[in-house]
Design a protein around this ligand. Structure first.
Ligand SMILES: [Zn+2]
Length: 241
């Protein structure tokens, strides 16, 4: 595990170094280094511009009525800040997407965040202040290379769009077969035999979550003093000021 931020990662550069895009000259840019380190066919580093009010306005309305639709909107917001051509946020992995969200949060609102949680011992919300700079990040395994061949299958890491199927309103409704659509190359998931489907699901289980920024922290309950696992609210980073 390494610390999420190498200070050099967040050095803002002036836009003079990005003269190719005349419309953004004079704005600040920051560079995000992705934990997948370029292993999924898109670059390891990308340049982003900071978020503006107009970007996040679309997130304020009905944020959680339809969870997957909300995250699709969030992906669109992030997409609009990427200054490098040819990058599609929906084709990124979830771990890289979360890193982009974290970079934007830290860059635009700072790293201090209030996280709400509850413990099973009592039906009461508790809050803890947390510095997002303390999250740890794990890089993708050095031996990982895509596509991965398993028997007759060619597989790749699940992509963000695989978790956001049309017609599903929450992540709880998303199935392995939805996710596999973004994993299996050159074949329809519906046409896999069960042995192949099993191998593909096992591949996802093995690698999903193997790298990226920490997704939960442990904080003590103020009543029973036991540690409670609390998820980092990546998807609401721009709603919690
Ligand atoms: Zn407790």
């Amino acid at each position: 595990m390494v610390k999420v931020y190498d200070p050099s990662e967040f050095q803002a550069e002036s836009f003079d170094s990005a003269r190719s895009d005349a419309s953004i000259v004079g704005e600040q840019v920051f560079i995000v280094v992705l934990p997948s380190r370029g292993r999924h066919g898109y670059p390891a580093k990308m340049r982003c511009r900071p978020l503006k009010v107009k970007d996040i306005k679309s997130l304020i309305e009905d944020p959680f009525e339809d969870e997957t639709e909300y995250v699709r909107r969030l992906a669109k917001v992030v997409q609009g800040t990427i200054l490098d051509a040819g990058i599609n946020v929906l084709e990124m992995t979830m771990a890289d997407f979360k890193k982009l969200l974290l970079a934007h949060r830290v860059n635009s609102l700072g790293s201090d965040i209030e996280i709400a949680y509850s413990c099973s011992c009592r039906d009461e919300m508790q809050v803890v202040r947390f510095d997002l700079m303390n999250l740890e990040e794990k890089e993708i395994a050095a031996e990982y290379e895509e596509p991965v061949r398993i028997g007759s299958l060619e597989l790749r890491f699940p992509r963000l769009w695989g978790y956001l199927p049309e017609g599903k309103r929450s992540f709880d409704e998303v199935t392995d077969f939805d996710v596999l659509k973004s994993v299996v190359i050159g074949k329809e998931v519906e046409d896999l035999d069960l042995k192949e489907a099993k191998a593909a699901i096992e591949f996802v289980r093995k690698w999903e979550g193997s790298y990226g920024v920490q997704s939960e922290i442990e904080v003590p309950c103020k009543f029973c003093k036991k540690n409670v696992k609390v998820a980092i609210p990546y998807f609401s980073f721009f709603l919690k000021w």
